[in-house]
Design a protein around this ligand. Sequence first.
Ligand code: GRF
Length: 224
Amino acid sequence: MSVRQTGPLRVAVLASGRGSNLQAVIDAIEAKVIQAEIVAVISNKKDALALERARKHGLPHLFVDPKPFAGRPDSREAYDRVLLDVLEQRRVELVLLAGYMKIVTSLLVNAYVNRMMNIHPSLLPSFPGLEVQKKAIDWGCKVTGCTVHFVTEGVDEGPIILQAAVPILDHDTPETLAARILEQEHKIFPRAVQLFAEGRLKVDGRRVLIEDGQPVGQAIISAS
Ligand code: GRF
């Protein structure tokens, strides 16, 4: 992992929707639990609540419209080129995908190796992709959860940083389960950012070791 400059960690958040995970990170920064500043909130959706949350907290935010790129053979790369320019201009050190519903291309992934995190509402590698709370219920799982991982080119495949386990109850619907998982997301996402800001995450192949912390085997935070 590259040696950080001094000063608060410069973070960008990419979000497409509600932005509750963005809010959890904002709250942790404002509470001074994380020594970081959010220097850009970027959305591919004009009306994303995430942008409104950024505005309320006085954070720089922008909507980057994907429409002008549609139809081009390199539409996804061209879009990510715009994002990368913004990230580089703002000297972003860590990128957070917080409900960002667009697959990032190798252009962004390669620029932010082990410096881009995603939050996903299952215990990866089980249930990558979409509608994963429903899939976990339908499969008959008794436990699911959420995962923060570094982003690689494979969707939901990168090295796992933190996970939290969440029970699945008999009466659960995808909505009730999603809400229970979300509570844990709001804990482990800021925690992962904090560990990164403290320079305590070491990537060793697929494993992410937490320096001066709990042994890796205990990196799963229980829901209780
Ligand atoms: C979360 O469940 C996250 O795990 C997934 O998308 C959802 C985003 O929620 N990637 P929010 O926009 O952060 O409220």
